[in-house]
Design a protein around this ligand. Structure first.
Ligand code: NAG
Ligand code: NAG
Length: 635
């Protein structure tokens, strides 16, 4: 999994937090009351005892104090009593509760996951180091198991209701696919987050011993009497090893969750690997994995398709085909989620799903899917009443056509079709223009916007990628000249016609979106006036564009693309340095400033246009700035 930049960001954030002392990692000499292990209360060093069930009975009186019980050597199993505080248990449950999905098991033939009758609980994964409490717990797990945090998978939280169970199984894998990342599972720590009134025990049916000598034997369910078993107790943790000390797999580690008879059971599992286990990048985790690989928002703007575009970009930069395959999976889910919807653009509609789907399928050598996506693309209807702007209108649809022709063959979408959509846009603009002002004008929700997302800048930008007739070219040029002439004295651009509030400086509204359009205008028309005006707009972005948001649309990432665009246009390295300055600011400061509340994380903090995916996209583009492109805008 190599969304390299996003991982880098996570590392940078972690280093910052460490530097600030925000995360307290216990030293090796953490003694009683050490600051590392316990969050809610001081946590004394565990006492390791040779235990019998009798001493177990004696110890159970001392509630709250951690102690270790050796359960068995075949399998190697131990119980860490009072491993988690009640607060920690409650925290894990509250994080998981809103996201619970029916549990699946690993499919040994495909390596994917499938529903199963042997496992009837529901569960969800938490990202490694997702928050401070999880970080503390994971550090404690490493301390107690002697296996580094980096070898652990993300915590899984499970919920079993009455009758729900997990039939006996091994935690180690029987296939090659699942061991690619991190190798075989070496051990499992199973933490009980709740008490269970009756049933719900963990049982090892192949153990050489059973629990018949336990004083609690009579409290066990019939299922649990069939082997060595552990009764769930809130805060206790069961460690067992799937591998013997010689590194071979241990068949006595066979274990199951007995059916819950009364009450309900919450537990959390940490699987540990032989080698370092690489987690998903936060963007993928937050926008895809966490919701059970289901699409709630399919758009490129704030939803899963944006993650797919980021993964495709990552594939282009790193050559990692894992990213490409994941992008293909995500687009397929977006396709299902958006089928039949009337939205038609690249950024917010079906055209984005079908066009990106076709291009990704081509890179996967999946001609069948290329054809399917293209025929879905052909079904998109450009109704007479649709607006003309980029996010929801004709320009956004036209951009998708151009994207297909660039990435597939040049006439995937016939030129006549492209020209006719462009002509419709010109005609609509002429109809709304008033004498003596701009030759082209458009409205979206009753306002005559100027910016890239909803207004003139975005529409002119797309039009300049098509073959225009001389009179149409004149209208585009004169529209841009009209905008330059009527900009604010500061050099910034109004967000809409006649609005004299000189406030916004981001891609959606203001100088940044216009700068990209003027750079394109110089490239197409070779008129120095446009180059000069683009440079002046970029100056505004340099002076006022270090915003309090990270994203592409309203934030620093989008503004950095202005400098990259002018660098490509002029070859002037000063622009490159400016882009680097913005990118470095994001890399070094954004996470910290968001955590402090000094920067706004956005409503969709991991999305492409409003969140960190946009920042990751920019950082990937910084690898080769001469090939950079504002995502879904510069072709
Ligand atoms: C448990 O083990 C004892 C002897 O150690 C044996 O007599 C008993 O049948 C076993 N119980 C079950 C349910 O297997
Ligand atoms: C004018 O633009 C500002 C932002 O620059 C915006 O907040 C405001 O709502 C706009 N006013 C009108 C009437 O469109």
């Amino acid at each position: 999994m190599a969304v390299v930049a996003a991982l880098l960001l996570a590392c940078a954030a972690l280093l910052l937090l460490l530097a600030l002392g925000a995360l307290s990692l216990p030293g090796a000499s953490d003694g009683p009351g050490g600051r590392g292990a316990g969050l809610a209360r001081p946590r004394p060093r565990p006492r390791f005892r040779r235990s019998t069930f009798d001493s177990g009975l004696e110890m159970r009186g001392q509630k709250g104090e951690p102690w270790t019980e050796v359960l068995s050597w075949e399998p190697r199993a131990f119980v860490y009593h009072n491993f988690l505080s009640k607060e920690e248990c409650d925290h894990l449950i509250s994080l998981a509760k809103p996201h619970m999905r029916k549990s699946t098991v690993v499919d040994s033939t495909t390596g994917g996951s499938k529903d199963s009758r042997v496992r009837t609980s529901s569960g969800m994964f938490l990202r490694r180091g997702q928050d401070k409490i999880i970080l503390t717990i994971e550090k404690r797990i490493a301390d107690y198991t002697f296996i580094p945090v980096e070898h652990g998978e993300g915590l899984q939280v499970l919920h079993y209701e009455v009758g729900q169970k997990y039939d006996p199984h091994f935690d180690y894998f029987h296939d090659d696919h699942n061991t690619k990342n991190g190798g075989q599972r070496i051990a499992t720590l199973l933490m009980y987050l709740s008490d269970v009134e009756d049933g719900g025990e963990t049982v090892f049916p192949s153990s050489t011993t059973n629990s018949s000598s336990s004083p609690f034997y009579n409290d066990l369910s019939e299922c649990a009497k069939g082997g060595l078993s552990v009764k769930p107790k809130m805060g206790d943790a069961l460690l067992f090893w799937s591998m013997k000390p010689d590194g071979s797999l241990d068949p006595t580690s066979l274990h199951g969750g007995c059916p819950v008879i009364k009450g309900n059971k919450w537990s959390s599992t940490k699987w540990m690997r032989v080698h370092e286990y690489k987690g998903h990048a936060p963007v993928v985790e937050e926008t895809w994995v966490k919701d059970g690989r289901k699409v709630t928002d399919y758009t490129l703007y704030t939803g899963s398709l944006g993650t797919a575009l980021l993964l495709f970009k990552s594939f282009q930069v790193t050559g990692d085909r894992g990213d490409l395959a994941l992008a293909a999976d995500i687009v397929r889910a977006c396709d299902e989620a958006s089928r039949g919807l009337p939205f038609l653009t690249f950024i917010c509609g079906r055209a984005g799903v079908c066009a990106l789907g076709a291009v990704i399928a081509k890179h996967c050598d999946d001609q069948l899917r290329v054809t399917q996506y293209l025929s879905s693309f052909d079904e998109i209807i450009v109704a007479e009443k649709v607006p003309n702007e980029l996010l929801y209108g004709r320009a956004g649809y036209l951009w998708a056509c151009l994207f297909l022709n660039k990435h597939l063959s040049g006439e995937t979408i016939p030129l006549e079709h492209i020209n006719s959509v462009a002509k419709d846009i010109i005609n609509e603009g002429r109809n709304l223009a008033s004498k003596g002002s701009s030759p082209l004008m458009y409205e979206w929700h009753g306002k005559k916007y100027w910016g890239a997302a909803h207004g003139l800048a975005g529409i002119m930008h797309v039009l300049m990628h098509t073959e225009l007739k001389p009179d149409e070219q004149d209208d585009v040029k004169n529209t841009l000249r009209y905008m330059i002439k009527n900009r604010f004295p500061s050099g910034n651009y109004p967000s809409s016609e006649g609005n004299d509030s000189d406030r916004l400086v981001h891609w959606c509204h203001g100088a940044p979106g216009v700068a990209l359009t003027l750079a394109k205008a110089y490239e197409v028309f070779h008129d120095d006036y446009f180059k000069q005006s683009a440079a002046e707009a970029a100056e505004v972005v340099w002076n006022r564009g270090l915003l309090k948001r990270v994203g592409i649309c309203h934030g620093v990432s989008g503004n950095a693309y202005v400098f990259l665009s002018l660098y490509r246009l002029t070859g002037n390295v000063e622009y490159l340095y400016r882009a680097k300055a913005f990118a470095c600011f994001l890399l070094e400061k954004a996470d910290q400033l968001i955590a402090e509340g000094a920067m706004h994380g956005g409503d969709r903090p991991f999305s492409l246009f409003e969140g960190k995916a946009g920042m990751a996209y920019l950082l990937l583009d910084m690898v080769d700035p001469s090939e950079s492109r504002f995502p879904a805008y510069e072709l």
